[in-house]
Each structure stands twice: as structure tokens, then as C-alpha cells.
Design a protein around this ligand. Sequence first.
Ligand SMILES: NC(=O)c1ccc[n+]([C@@H]2O[C@H](COP(=O)([O-])OP(=O)(O)OC[C@H]3O[C@@H](n4cnc5c(N)ncnc54)[C@H](O)[C@@H]3O)[C@@H](O)[C@H]2O)c1
Length: 310
Amino acid sequence: MATITVTGGAGFLGSHLCERLLNEGHDVICVDNFFSGRKANIAHLIGNPAFELIRHDIVQPLYLECDRIYHLACPASPVAYQFNPIKTIKTSTVGMVNMLGLAKRCPARLLHTSTSEVYGDPDVHPQTEDYWGNVNPLGPRSCYDEGKRVAESLCMNYHLAHDVEVRIVRIFNTYGPRMAPDDGRVISNFILQALRSEPLTIYGDGTQTRSFCFVSDLIEGFLRMMEQNDDVGPVNLGNPVENTMLELAQAVIEVTGSKSKLIHEPLPKDDPRRRCPDISKARRLLNWEPQVDLKTGLHQTVEYYRTTLE
Ligand SMILES: NC(=O)c1ccc[n+]([C@@H]2O[C@H](COP(=O)([O-])OP(=O)(O)OC[C@H]3O[C@@H](n4cnc5c(N)ncnc54)[C@H](O)[C@@H]3O)[C@@H](O)[C@H]2O)c1
């Protein structure tokens, strides 16, 4: 059994990852500055002798001993990462240097959670890992997108220059229980609007597509990527089933049983038209693909929101 650090462990994905690693019998050190994470996400883990929580900002160096580092710390929703764009860039760059320094010193293997946003507004579909992306370096999303691109470069250069064992995954939209309700992401927006009987807001005509991966599937992909010895990545992790925003809105209305109507608003700047992972590499390398379909995942997510809204 290993000692495993999870940065961003009090966040949406991090809390599920901590839980899964504890269930597998590991010692887990959760590191979080609670910028976008919440104590409620990990309250049920406090008291578990294998779980340790450190309030720490990764822009500052961190000294501890561990075998594995899952590096998730970074605000992920546009509302959160645009709140203080310079801080977001520092977290993605200075924070990444600090975590790679920690991995080098221990030594520990580090899995970095990159994002489909490194592809920007892609002009090839679906996106394979060898596509270099089409990112606006000056736009409102650039603090996040470019920060994540630098972070990948740092991982690769620490690997090449210092033999640090890195693994890079590029995550596509993921959803599930503990997604922050007010983070402006489309699934949480739709569910909350439906539960409050408010109209569901569709940006543009609603024909733009996204793919949605349920959180348990993604966490399984993290573990498989971390423990394989053949490839540093990057590897796309996401659900290749594309849904239009109109289809998603209808699914949410069905699962919640809501009587909400749909309203249309203008598309935000730099909003990609399509986003769909090519997961051939994950299938081949990790024997991984999503198992949870949209309706099943939505049911679990809606249940979570129902109980937290009560
Ligand atoms: N959820 C998705 O669909 C998705 C998609 C692509 C990439 N990702 C990546 O996965 C990771 C986790 O995303 P999430 O959805 O769980 O987001 P989240 O905002 O819920 O979690 C991020 C966590 O990192 C913590 N954090 C932020 N800055 C920090 C800092 N400087 N020091 C210490 N902790 C800090 C936050 O408090 C939070 O707990 C992020 O790196 C994100 O970029 C997520």
C-alpha cells in the first residue's frame, strides 16, 4: 500500500479520488487551499486514520514524503478560474513547478490532470492527443488554457531533464455528485434550473456539442494511467458520446421531472462549437472506456443536488 498525495483533494474530482484511494487501502494526504474546494466534500473522510488533510496553497513549496502524487489543484470552472486570472496562472505554473520538485525529491510518480481546453476551439474532430490545439493566448479563457499548456510542458521537461516519472491525462467535461452548484458549468446550471422550475438557459442555438463523462469512470482512468508503465501521455479521458446542449437540457428535464422551459441567450466569447474526445489511446493503453451512460449519471447527480438543496 502506498502513501498518496492528492492536490486539490477537497474539490469535486479530488474528493472522489481520495475516497477511491482510501477504499483501496492507501494512505491519502489531501492538500487543498479551499479556493474552489469545500470542506463538505471531504467531511466524511475526516477521522479515517488513513486520511490526512493539509490546508496549503501549492504556489508555496510543499515538503512531505509520498510515493504518488495526483495533481489536481487548480480552479476548473470558468467562474472560479476567471475570479483571479493571475492566481490561476500562478497555480498552473508555479504550483506545477513546486509539485514536480516534490516528485523529484521524494521521488514520487506524478499524474497531472490537464484538460481538453488545451485543444482550444479545435479545427479537427474528434481531438486526438497529437493535435496541438487552437488556443487564443489573449482571450478570457487563456489564464486557464495557457496555464494548463505550460503545465504539460513543465511535466514533459522535468521528465526529460530529471527523469521524473510523470503521467498526463487530458480530461474532458466530467460531472457527478459534489460538482459545485454555482460554478456555471452546463450540467449544474441545467439541474439547478430544473429543480427550481426556472427556464434552462441555452447559449446560442443549442446545437453545439459537449461530451460528458461520469466521475467514477474518470477516476478509474486516473488509476489505470498512474499505474501503467508504458507511456507518460498525454492520454484523453472523456466520454466520446457527443450530446447537443438541447439534448442535454431535455435529458435533465426528463430525469428531474421538471416543467421548466428552454430560453436562448447569446454564445459567450471563445466558446468552442464542438468538443469530443478521441479515446482510442486510452482504450489501447489502459483498456479503459466510460461505463456509465448519461441518464444513469444524471440520476445520481440530481439526487446529490436534491439533498444538498433541501
Ligand atoms: N471537472 C472537469 O470536468 C475537468 C475537466 C478538465 C480538467 N479538469 C481538471 O481537474 C482538476 C480538478 O478539477 P475539479 O473539477 O475537481 O475542480 P475543483 O475546483 O472542484 O477542484 C480543484 C481543487 O483545487 C484546489 N485548489 C485550487 N488552487 C489551489 C492552490 N493554489 N493550492 C491548493 N489547492 C488549490 C481547490 O480549492 C479545489 O479543491 C483541475 O486541475 C481541473 O483543471 C477538470
